[in-house]
Ligand binder design. Sequence first.
Ligand SMILES: Cc1cc2nc3c(=O)[nH]c(=O)nc-3n(C[C@H](O)[C@H](O)[C@H](O)COP(=O)(O)O)c2cc1C
Length: 178
Amino acid sequence: MMKTLVILAHPDLGGSRVNKRWKQELLQYPGDIAVHELYKEYPDWNIDIGREQQLLESYDRIILQCPLYWYSYPPLLKKWFDEVWTYGWAYGSTGDKLAGKAFGLALSIGDKQENYRPDGSVSFTVDEVIAPFKASLIHVGAVALPHFSFFGASFKASDAAIEQSAREYMDYIRSIQQ
Ligand SMILES: Cc1cc2nc3c(=O)[nH]c(=O)nc-3n(C[C@H](O)[C@H](O)[C@H](O)COP(=O)(O)O)c2cc1C
């Protein structure tokens, strides 16, 4: 089976409940899943661009996993896009290294699902919130996999709900690996 690369971006995995649990689950399948933790690799935020590009080149299926912060990525993941997805490599007339690769997004989201609706308190669906991600994939000729979201991922989330989310996350990964 083709291996999946998970790029995990959480600024405080020690204080995390959801992403920490998900990581623990991912590590159960080292033959199928490789985990690359941005905040652990680059504590000083000095991203090794060549290394990141090589890593991306060696996988065809990549999932970005992070908590939703201000309806967006945690900042090191945004910096990773800015610095790694470069002109001449990812896009431009000679930039084709991500073309045809499949990218998914796995998000832990503090708020409830019912609020992520046009008539809910957030006013936008998650599909709308992740438009920058989808537009970025289009820009580099990559393919969008379905995304995975766990709502209610706040301090109020029960241990049981987090356990269930870990199982659902693995089901999601298995479904995109077919
Ligand atoms: C700086 C910050 C910004 C956040 N922004 C949002 C947000 O825009 N929407 C939302 O639903 N939850 C938001 N949250 C809640 C996080 O998504 C939630 O705490 C996280 O997914 C929990 O995962 P963890 O246990 O792995 O940290 C935010 C939390 C923090 C700390």
